[in-house]
Design a protein around this ligand. Structure first.
Ligand SMILES: Nc1nc2c(c(=O)[nH]1)N[C@H]1C(S)=C(S)[C@@H](COP(=O)(O)O)O[C@H]1N2
Ligand SMILES: [Mo]
Length: 388
């Protein structure tokens, strides 16, 4: 028996020509690439913006207005991500045979260039698929991983955007050429549907995916969006991510012993729910806007955080650390920057849509502030501390 030669192995690997389909072609791949460039570009920018809103660096002067800003940018982020999924799947199908183009090995410089280009495409495909998959799983609140979603998703976004720029640079002549001519279905050879049909189907699927999920943030589409992860239902008309039971706060939140503490330096006051209700109440319509892309407006009534700070002699808006009864998990505390505290719309809410705040929405009291990622709208608040 003889050992297989390189030629034998070579014969086992398909060649680009072996994939005959009238649907594929550079014109189609280019147009899908343009569409993906748009969705990924918007997704990248709104994603960066989300990190900015999480970190709220003081130099940026980011504040409570416009009230709905985070709701809008994060809704767009998640929807452009969802729109990209059908597009990238069709794009991968359309370029798949190119994987089997044999690299030119002479001259050496040429081989190095081809290897570099393929590496950049591997980085692009890998990071793009990772971003879409991890984003989708995050929306579904399924975390089958140990790493930090936030920093890994962020890092992968830079790899993706960098390799997209390299890819566009390398392909610029092809892009120019293909966009300059009409997208024609290849004549004669091969079976299957034509390129224009594939392109239309890809764009339509992308639009449909958006339509089926956008209702989680666009109230008018709520009935249409049967695939929305949070459909806006829940007690008092708002969805719940984490219940009081899951947070382990049921007993403390409903017990007689509950007191809210407001602390500044050496001074502090302790208030029960009736004390809070006896303070001047304000009512505002504000959204909860989760990083997962769902959002919903509601009418909140409670005491302005500013008015609570005045009780311990703090009249200038200052950064405040909010602590929840919830001690497990990362969401038990948050920091309210001074710019948000300054706004009288930033409430320690006691009522939601005209009723006593339900336990799962944060009873006895929760934070609700304009233009903030939902994760900072801390529920079951027990302490507000003015930070030095
Ligand atoms: N104490 C506490 N507050 C919390 C949370 C939490 O898990 N624990 N979830 C946050 C998140 S991620 C969002 S989007 C909002 C709304 O979440 P909900 O739907 O669970 O009320 O509340 C925030 N407040
Ligand atoms: Mo959230």
């Amino acid at each position: 028996m003889r050992l297989p030669t390189t030629q034998d192995v070579e014969r086992l690997i398909p060649r680009q020509e072996d994939f005959s389909s009238r649907g594929r072609g550079a014109g189609l791949s280019t147009r899908l690439g343009v569409a993906l460039g748009v969705t990924f570009g918007i997704c990248f920018l709104t994603g960066l913006w989300s990190h900015v809103q999480y970190d709220t660096p003081a130099w940026l002067g980011l504040g409570p207005a416009p009230t709905q800003l985070y709701r809008f940018t994060q809704g767009v982020h998640v929807l452009t991500g969802i729109a990209s999924i059908p597009l990238i799947l069709v794009k991968l199908w359309s370029v798949f045979p190119r994987l089997f183009i044999r690299p030119r090995t002479r001259p050496w410089g040429r081989l190095v260039l081809e290897a570099a280009e393929r590496l950049s495409i591997a980085a692009l495909v890998g990071s793009a698929l990772f971003l879409l998959a991890s984003g989708l799983l995050n929306i579904a609140q399924w975390y089958p991983w140990d790493f930090s979603f936030r920093s890994t998703h962020h890092a992968a976004a830079w790899v993706a955007i960098g390799s997209i720029l390299v890819h566009v640079g390398v392909k610029l002549p092809t892009i120019r050429q293909e966009l300059g001519r009409r997208l024609e279905d290849a004549a004669g050879t091969g079976a299957g549907i034509g390129r224009r049909t594939v392109l239309r189907a890809a764009l339509a699927s992308s639009g449909l995916a958006v339509l089926l999920t956008a209702g989680q943030t666009v109230p008018l589409l709520r009935k249409v969006s049967v695939l929305a992860v949070r459909d806006g239902e829940g007690p008092q008309g708002l969805p719940i991510n984490r219940t009081a039971r899951a947070a382990g706060v049921e007993e403390q939140a409903t017990g007689d012993g509950f007191r809210l503490e407001v602390v500044a330096g050496g001074r502090s006051v302790s208030l029960d729910r009736d004390d809070l209700l006896a303070l001047p109440q304000r009512t505002h319509r504000l959204p909860i806007a989760c990083v997962e892309g769902w959002s919903r407006s509601a009418v909140w009534t409670g005491v302005a955080v500013r008015d609570l700070l005045a009780l311990v002699g703090v009249d200038e808006p200052s950064d405040v650390v909010v602590r929840s009864l919830q001690k497990r998990g990362a969401f038990g505390s948050s920091r309210l920057p001074a710019a948000f505290v300054a706004d009288h719309q930033t409430l320690l809410a006691l009522e939601l849509n005209g009723e006593t705040l339900s336990l799962d929405h944060g009873f006895p009291c929760r934070i609700i502030a304009p233009n903030r990622p939902g994760v900072f709208q801390t529920k079951w608040v027990q302490q507000l501390e003015v930070s030095a």
